[in-house]
Design a protein around this ligand. Sequence first.
Ligand SMILES: [Zn+2]
Ligand SMILES: [Zn+2]
Length: 541
Amino acid sequence: MTGGTRMERLSMPLARDAIRQLTEAAGGCIRPVQLRRTDTTTGKVDQILVPCGSTREDQCPACAKRAASLRAQQCREGWHLTADPEPPAPVPDVEQAGWLLLRAEAQVRRDHALAASADTSVLDELIGELDDHITAAGIRGTVTSRGNDDRPRARRSRSTRRRQDTPDLPARPIAKTTTGRTYTAPDGKTWQPSMFLTLTCDSYGKVGPDGIPASPATYDYQRAARDALHFAALFDRFIQNLRRYAGRDIQYFATIEPQKRLAPHVHLAIRGTISRADLRQIIAATYHQVWWPPADHVAYGDDELPAWHEASGRYLDPATGELLPSWDDALDAIGPHNEPLHVARFGPKFDAQGVIAGSKDAGRCIGYLTKYLTKQIGTVHTDDSNTAATDHADQLVQALRYEPCSPGCANWLRCGITPKDPKPGMRPGHCRGKAHRRAYLGYAGRRVLVSRRWSGKTLTDHKADRRTWLLATLGLPDLPATEAGRYSWQRVTQADPDHIPPSAALLHVLTDRSRQKAALALARERHGPRPDLPATGEAAA
Ligand SMILES: [Zn+2]
Ligand SMILES: [Zn+2]
């Protein structure tokens, strides 16, 4: 660009920063996605900027705040239901279908690029981004299968006997009901209490009030790392035990968040109540055994790594040329007398409180449940000058570095095992699994876990509720469902001639946002606040 004075050119980045800040302050998305909408009836083309939909504050504060507030709404709507909701319909709605179409198109382009031996990195990134949108739109699972986990396989001979130190739990048949008990007071008023529960990992060594280990040398970083890696599986086991013990299809809205000591913990809103004594028993009986091959022995150090063998699609010993056992071989070698690689358990301490619908406590708990959702697990300690906190995180990252995160982890090569679905170029200590990264610290799973019959709605349904409210408040007509199929959508990329440059896109977002805000303020004056939000308001719209 050659036009403009030197001053003008110098002030350009500043102007861009200012627009970004203004957009952010107005609650607008700072990373809008440009879509080309073609009306298939008239041929008219429009450029539409849709919000990025990120759930992370460091990526887009406005979208992250909206996502967290939507989760708060989902939590609130299901918590105290007095009748069983129908599970949401599994058919993709208009929004989901839109993202799936874009995803399919991107896949075709990637396959073509790959066939032509072209670089696919940009398309891979786009596909990753679209997968995030698809997940955010409430579709479970991934579009393309990674690996073949569903392949039927012969049962392995492994010990299924319970460990001696585990108290057995009485199992009751699970009734279909999802609501808790209702109590009737002497004055005839009925109420149905719900519950807020927090489960934590066990102790790995004494920590101070800031979560920093008193003695880093004796803190059990390996167990902390393994517990974090298998936290999601342990949580699943807890829910199974809880349902079997209580004899009903208990529903929950759970968020997994970091503690100051950098271990994950889980907050649950549960419909109905369970006594503290029962909970103590269930928690003590809950464990998850990881039946993976032994991973504590280093068979190949960093200077003598196994080599890829193209013909067999496996790795071999660089000195002897002998093939390493495959993942399945290594699993088959686990005998009935072996110990599991790891047994994950919750710590004995837990926090449980009864909560009444519509109370101040309920609002406070929902705020608590969704408080850290916009932040990553590894970003609890934000003060870089606190070296003890940084050292603590470093140690945990180090413990996770060579720890196998999954059957396909490159670290299995270090133990002398070919990982599941092996590829050339795998290097121990350099696995690309999210769990190894500092931002995740071992837990790379979903941060919000909601049972199927929580509110009877998908996240998209909750979003649609908001949209309906917004349109009604503003007195705008909704797009009839029959109109939706009329448009075809394409993602516009930087290479396209009609691509809107980021700074211009932000100006559009800012203008739209300011107009919408003004209209909404006016409508609020006339119609009052949103009816479904409590007056205490744990989450702003
Ligand atoms: Zn955004
Ligand atoms: Zn890994």
